[in-house]
Design a protein around this ligand. Structure first.
Ligand code: LMR
Length: 395
């Protein structure tokens, strides 16, 4: 049976994670996988999460099935959080997915049923899992221009020019905030232009919303989702609770579909349930239930929002510190973009051999495309990191 198979490659993000774990050097610095870290390098359990878990533990009476589309209270709370009043709820249907990736998987399975083999436009570059996921689902990925390596900002003219050429048979995957891997994001005015372009061409928006609250705040980060929801007749959103609730291993995600009308929404909802039943039958409940408890309880929600704000502010502070340290040491503004980017990542624009050298010689780990996770910047060793980066690029 297995003779026809070749050894498959693991995603580079997880390869790097394993290399970092195996590195015995105590001074090593992990700027790799996208998980939040505090000043001790730990990925903490948020205090609102601990309290919600204790409450769940106290009140739980059963472990019986929840249902194919998952925890309804969780899904409804996520729609409130993401879309607020931007769309008539009779057009919205949701299903819980195992993580944001699971939610995305449900949505793209459904899209491939609606338009088998359809073209999906993906930003260049994008999260490395987007392309293989589309291929595995049967869709046809292609790139649209996004990042300008010279300015380290979005090449918006090129992006929009490509979006303007699309039509109703095309799907466009957009990072709703905190672009992964670049950290370069659209302004609200640019999102307005994207929304107008999609409304004009009829191309179908699929939003990946994995970092809500990590950029400029919960409201600001929801701008794109809400703007598009109020501008186009149909769209989808894959929401992840992994980062903003720190629930990585619990796999809590939400698939949101907006249809033209209620009858269309019912069909889409039934298709999502059908995909889930045939894929994994039902999603896991624990992470979703934690989020539901937090979002439905005003005190826990306020506590979560405050913790999330602290995490966001810390990442912003680390960005500024690293950019300043590099400016001080080099007398040049080449890396100021790190402070201008937002979210968890910045793409530094280093050559592969520089990235490799930083890893082997200095123990500084980043993804081989030179993406750094800013939460991994060690606050007490920012100067050392800056000098490693400058020395490696000078060689
Ligand atoms: C990342 O981009 O590092 C995270 O989203 C983790 C992952 O699943 O790739």
């Amino acid at each position: 049976m297995f003779e026809t198979l070749h050894k498959a490659t693991l995603d580079k993000i997880f390869v790097l994670m394993a290399e970092y774990a195996a590195d015995p050097r105590s001074e090593k610095i992990d700027l790799g996988v996208g998980v939040y870290k505090d000043e001790t390098g730990n990925t903490p359990i948020m205090s609102a999460v601990r309290k919600a878990e204790a409450r769940i533990h106290e009140n739980a009476r059963t472990k019986t099935y929840v249902g194919v589309s998952g925890n309804r209270g969780f899904c409804n709370a996520i729609v409130d959080l993401v879309l607020a009043d931007s769309v008539d709820r009779s057009r919205v249907r949701t299903a819980q997915g195992p993580g944001g990736t699971g939610a995305l998987w449900i949505l793209i399975q459904l899209l491939n049923r609606a338009k088998p083999g359809a073209r999906v436009m993906i930003s260049d570059p994008s999260w490395p899992n987007h392309w293989p996921m589309m291929e595995l689902a049967g869709l046809t990925p292609e790139h649209y221009p996004y990042f300008d390596p010279k300015t380290r900002a979005v090449d918006f003219d090129a992006m929009l020019a490509t979006l303007d050429t699309l039509g109703p048979d095309d799907i466009v995957l957009l990072h709703a905030c905190c672009h992964n891997p670049t950290g370069a994001n659209l302004t609200e005015a640019q999102w307005d232009q994207v929304a107008a372009s999609l409304a004009r061409t009829g191309a179908f928006p699929l939003l990946d919303l994995a970092y809500l609250g990590f950029g400029d705040g919960l409201e600001a980060d929801a701008y794109a989702a809400r703007k598009l929801a109020s501008s186009v007749p149909e769209m989808m959103i894959a929401f992840s609770g992994s980062k903003n609730f720190g629930l990585y291993r619990e796999r809590a995600g939400c698939a949101i579909a907006i249809a033209r009308d209620e009858a269309g929404a019912d069909i889409v909802g039934s298709q999502m349930s059908n995909v889930i039943r045939a894929s994994f039958s039902q999603p896991p409940d624990h992470g979703a239930e934690i989020i539901r408890v937090i979002l439905e309880d005003p005190a826990l929600r306020a506590e979560w929002e405050a913790e999330l704000a602290q995490m966001r502010e810390r990442m912003k502070r680390l960005r500024v510190k690293l950019a300043e340290a590099i400016r001080k040491q080099s007398n040049a503004t080449d890396y100021d973009f790190i402070a201008e980017h937002s979210g968890m990542f910045s793409l530094l624009g280093l050559e592969r051999d520089v990235v490799e050298r930083l890893k082997t010689e200095d123990g500084v780990y980043m993804i081989n495309d030179s993406r750094i996770n800013v939460a991994g910047i060690p606050e007490d060793r920012v100067d050392a990191l800056a000098s490693h980066l400058l020395a490696a690029t000078r060689q």
